[in-house]
Design a protein around this ligand. Sequence first.
Ligand code: NAD
Ligand code: MN
Length: 359
Amino acid sequence: ARTLRIGLIPGDGIGREVIPAGRRILEALPASLGLKFSFVDLEAGWQTFQNTGAALPEKTVDTLKAECDGALFGAVSSPTTPTKGYSSPIVALRKRLDLYANVRPVKSVAPTPAFPDPIDLVIVRENTEDLYVKEEKTYDTPNGKVAEAIKRISERASFRIAKMAGEIAVRRQNVRNTTGDAVGKQAMVTITHKSNVLSQTDGLFRQAARAALEAPQFKNAGVKIDEQIVDSMVYKLFREPSTYDVVVAPNLYGDILSDGAAALVGSLGLVPSANVGDGFAIGEPCHGSAPDIQGKGIANPIATLRSVALMLEFLEQEEAAALIYKAVDGNLAEGKLLSPDMGGKATTDQVTEDVIRRL
Ligand code: NAD
Ligand code: MN
């Protein structure tokens, strides 16, 4: 059996309650998959900063690089006032490990009056450049201060993120065809940009993304190339979310779209994400450390369980991933063991056990 070594970075608050659930589901996967897991506990976050002076200890980075195939990151609390020496460990990890994509699937639980058709889409956000290169400056003028920021878009980063979006679209189509779920739904990647105004930066993103998606591997698989100006994209995403499949966007638009899309499905406790590079993936629930419910044992583990599956997908363990997704969907569809954020009474452990039972 193949052994995958997984770094566990619980972080702060409910991160410490949901990451153990992620470990449990990996340990509970059926032996027939021929997969084994070993784990290494790693530190990062606000508590770690207070203990050691570093939010992301070098040991965490070194261990991930040297020993691990993938990792799970819980959530971290940020200081409420700017604190010298503190910076976000997940942002640093994305840089240090060149995790150039942030992938966020958003899937509805049940039809609602506002959205009668199922929502099942993925936002693929470029994670290394755009306005987030953080090259800013402020200067004085006769009319007062002016601040500027660089928006950097490269052909290489735009191409590789769109290629990843295309690969995700193909994989989703294969899953639909094998599970019989929504067979016939058109595989599609929507390129998001504002090239009508930013003809050079977003123009380059659009052009490189198109070039990536026009490759034979995507054409032959029937992946449709769609595009949308970001502002009208927001409108349509909130009016007709069921029409989307995979959405690819530069960093800033992707950041905004992915948090917005998470709001379409109710609880933050349901929405997973993954930070992905070539050959490495970190699964990370999209919620924060939730200090208001910390220590009560009632955090919804589903965002983390889905993040585990998402990590496995990028480690090419699609069969294992599919089992977890299906078990989670089964728990939600039955609706008997739900955590309080979903209107239920179940604890983190009870939800986790119910999902494990369905594997
Ligand atoms: P949050 O996501 O922690 O919580 C928002 C609300 O959603 C809270 O009412 C919380 O109880 C609820 N919630 C979140 N996850 C849940 C779950 N799994 N189950 C049930 N309910 C859940 O956001 P916040 O309150 O704005 O931030 C709290 C702290 O987390 C802050 O310090 C913030 O900086 C940090 N944060 C970290 C991340 C991250 O690590 N990726 C993301 C967002 C916020
Ligand atoms: Mn964000």
